[in-house]
Design a protein around this ligand. Structure first.
Ligand SMILES: [Zn+2]
Length: 141
């Protein structure tokens, strides 16, 4: 005669799953069900980049300190409306926010590369056109 057991596991993503398995005496357990549990507040991850005053999504940190283990206090600023705020966030929230900030940084660098190439291309075109029209002579150097 066996019996049902329930085991709760917290996944790295922060989700909690409940595994229901059936174990007969001396035999390997047979998993009969796995389902995700709504853990309410535990799963609530705030989107720190959203401004609570103007709704913009470009809120950035001006300062951060680890106030206790896995809890961070962030000083925030919205560049669109100058809203400022200081609050303490969980590790999951800060990790997610860090990803958002890194993605935004990547997009900025790509844009900077694009603009730099565009400007260089303009400068090369002007230089070529000046050379072709004898606008630049050896004594210019
Ligand atoms: Zn704002």
């Amino acid at each position: 005669m066996g019996e049902f057991h329930i085991k709760r596991i917290v996944l790295p993503s922060g989700k909690t799953v409940e595994i229901v398995y059936y174990q007969t005496t001396g035999a390997d357990p047979v998993i009969s069900d796995v389902h995700e549990i709504e853990t309410g507040a535990e799963l609530h991850v705030r989107q720190i980049e959203l401004c609570s005053k103007c709704g913009g999504d470009r809120v950035h940190p001006t300062d951060w300190n680890e106030v206790e283990e896995l809890r961070w206090q962030l000083a925030l600023r919205c560049p669109d409306c100058e809203w400022r705020h200081v609050e303490t966030y969980d590790a999951a929230e800060v990790e997610r926010y860090d990803d958002v900030l890194n993605d935004a940084t990547d997009r900025l660098i790509e844009e900077l590369d694009r603009v730099t190439r565009e400007n260089m291309s303009d400068a090369i075109d002007r230089f070529r056109s000046a050379l072709e029209n004898d606008g630049i002579m050896p004594f210019d150097f």
